[in-house]
Ligand binder design. Structure first.
Ligand code: SPV
Ligand code: MN
Length: 621
């Protein structure tokens, strides 16, 4: 070890921590840690390894320092983020770009030199009086082709504790890393805190991606999406690494659907926030592999996916005992659970949509809260934040697929793209080909804003593969990587879903209908269900759905239900194509396949229109 580093480390840490660092032969990593200490000036530094002892210490300290407060059930805690710090903040999330380089104009970016300087100014002395943690985790199962070792520096015990639930421990993997091997690293500082231990200077919240160094930097925030390096900060770095190496990093769940005769079929799915992603991964009777981040690789001629996480940071809103029994039970039994931004009263957690009485006062994201209170920005408040979350370990989920941690991941048979769409797409349809699916379902994915999001309700937001927030290269290149991926092998079938179709203002689907769509997709993968050509994909036939509804949900599915849900709404489909043509005209490197697929879709729909009119019943196809 460089003697200067040794001296600095010894002045800030005890022998156990020092020895953990000394066992790592990686000068670059040591320099990164030394720079963080010199810049942020922590009182002391704790270095974690893979031992329970190290992680128990972090968990304990999170409570001691009041970043988490214990709840009534053993092992449960609540963490609060500041009133404004309740979600990822796009305006301050930027790529740091070296002089002379321009990332896609759709990405938020700034000069690397300026960004580094601004961040250093904000983080200078930011850890005074606090403990800095140096922790090692791993994206993907350690010692596998998927694995990316990661080094997290943070002064938040909550962040380090969350990471222990959400990721595999990676100290040993890091120690064995050959010199020069790639790894990701993150430097996070909470910044000045208020009496509730939440970041005070949210106006100075910044989240910067120094992708040239596989490094991310964040400050004046605690919200996990901004601070837990292995989550969305890494996804942005991973998309670039995947581009260099010929694989894909996706914002997707992975789940197993159980077909006839014990058949196990794996699906991955991309859904923008609050569109049913976690609940699809958690469909009762099926099994979850992961709910947020999937890496795809071709291994031995197979399309394989791995969940690079070890746990779930899930939206708690609308989790109730009837629709989400597995999560519900996990949240009501002793074990390691962090709730965030829920309402607490008498040490019990409450949240929106739990379908139980919620107290009219307690502690929540506003501090001491009472029904009817307005927030510091004069906005109405809710008992729990709409984006309140729970953090749990995969291994604690009763419905975890036994293969969730398999070194080579799982064989993927279907990919699903789903958005919130009140009036265009049928609940489920199958693409004609990989290209058709990637272009017209993935790259044309849109989702409507809800009353809970800022701004106007019902505005359609374009969100390529649900990965738009995390794209770290041009849109065209990212789509092209998807188009080219695994081209020499059998690829999954691509499907589009929509759980939010309405008629006369009413949802046309029950919450559990997604079980039927997944069963239908499972049968289609194995050639065991029929389909009709609807011009923008293949849709189910009535008799198959009638049978599935009866078998799975004991529901009598009527012809009228089928007509309402599966009518091809041609004017709306064409209007969507118009919107997409407009958007893709502004994408300088739109792949030719994208243009071809959009043109072919238009042609098919116009032909159907000229033969059958605006709204075509599935019985007329
Ligand atoms: C999402 O918003 O897609 C999440 C939560 O999974 S966050 O960590 O904020 O990205
Ligand atoms: Mn996500």
């Amino acid at each position: 070890m460089n003697p200067k580093h040794e001296e600095l480390f010894k002045s800030k840490m005890d022998e156990v921590s020092f020895n953990r660092l000394a066992a790592i032969d990686n000068e670059e990593a040591m320099a990164f840690i030394a720079h963080a200490i010199e810049l942020c000036e922590p009182e002391n530094v704790f270095v974690g390894d893979d031992s329970d002892e190290a992680h128990d210490y972090v968990r304990q300290m999170a409570k001691e320092k009041k970043e988490e407060v214990p709840l009534a059930i053993d092992g449960h805690t609540v963490h609060f983020d500041g009133y404004y710090d309740q979600a990822r903040k796009k305006e301050v999330t930027k790529y740091l770009v070296p002089e002379g380089i321009e990332l896609d104009s759709k990405l938020n970016q700034m000069s690397r030199d300026e960004g580094i300087k601004e961040m250093e100014d904000l983080q200078r002395g930011a850890c005074r009086g606090r403990t800095m943690m140096v922790m090692f985790f791993c994206l993907g199962p350690t010692d596998t082709i998927f694995a990316i070792p990661c080094l997290q520096i943070t002064d938040s015990f909550y962040v380090a504790h969350s990471e222990d639930l959400l990721y595999r421990r990676g100290y040993e993997a890091f120690k064995n890393l050959p010199n020069g091997a790639e790894y990701f690293k993150y430097r996070h500082a909470t910044g000045e805190v208020d009496e509730r231990m939440t970041s005070k200077r949210y106006d100075l919240n910044r989240v910067y991606m120094d992708y040239t160094q596989n490094t991310t930097l964040s400050v004046n925030t605690q919200y996990a999406g901004n601070t837990v390096g292995l989550k969305k900060l890494s996804l942005r770095l991973a998309i670039r690494k995947a581009d260099r190496e010929g694989w894909l990093a996706e914002h997707m769940f992975i789940m197993r659907s159980n077909g006839p005769n014990d058949r196990k079929t794996y699906f991955c799915g991309a859904f923008p926030s609050a569109c049913g992603k976690t609940s699809t991964a958690m469909i009762p009777g099926e099994n979850i592999v992961g709910d947020d981040l999937a890496y795809f690789r071709v291994i031995d001629g197979q399309f394989r996916a791995v969940n690079v996480e070890n746990g779930i940071f899930g939206i708690i809103t609308d989790v109730n005992s009837k629709d989400d029994p597995v999560i519900w039970n996990l949240l009501h039994q002793p074990g390691n659970v962090i709730f965030s931004n829920i309402l607490v009263k008498d040490q019990n957690p409450y949240w929106l949509g739990m379908e139980q009485d919620i107290p009219s006062e307690g502690e929540n994201y506003c501090g001491d809260w009472k029904q009817g209170m307005t927030g510091p920005n004069d906005k109405p408040t809710t008992p729990s934040h709409k984006n309140a979350r729970y953090t749990v370990k995969m291994a604690d989920l009763k419905n975890a697929d036994p293969n969730w941690d398999a070194p080579n991941g799982v064989l993927v048979s279907g990919i699903i793209y789903g958005g919130r769409d009140s009036d265009i797409s049928v609940p489920v349809r199958e693409a004609y080909s990989w290209e058709h699916g990637i272009c017209t379902m993935g790259a044309m994915l849109e989702s409507e804003t809800t009353a809970a999001t800022i701004g106007k309700e019902g505005v359609r937001v374009w969100n390529v593969m649900s990965n738009m927030d995390f794209l770290s290269m041009s849109v065209g290149r990212y789509i092209d990587n998807n188009l080219k991926f695994a081209k020499d092998i059998e690829r999954p079938i691509v499907f589009g879903t929509n759980y939010f179709l309405k008629k006369d203002g009413q949802y046309l689907n029950g919450k559990l209908d997604k079980s039927i769509w997944i069963k239908w997709m499972e049968l289609r993968v194995h050639g065991e269900a029929e389909a009709l050509d609807a011009g923008y994909g293949k849709i189910p036939v009535y008799k198959d759905l009638k049978k599935l509804f009866k078998q799975v949900l004991d529901i009598d599915y009527t012809e009228q239900d089928y007509i309402d849900q599966f009518t091809v709404r041609i004017p709306e489909c064409l209007a969507k194509l118009d919107r997409m043509a407009e958007i893709y005209a502004t994408v300088s490197d739109t792949p030719q396949a994208m243009k071809d697929e959009m043109a072919a879709q238009r042609e098919r729909l116009e032909k159907l229109h000229s033969e059958k009119g605006d709204y075509v019943s599935p019985f007329d196809l």
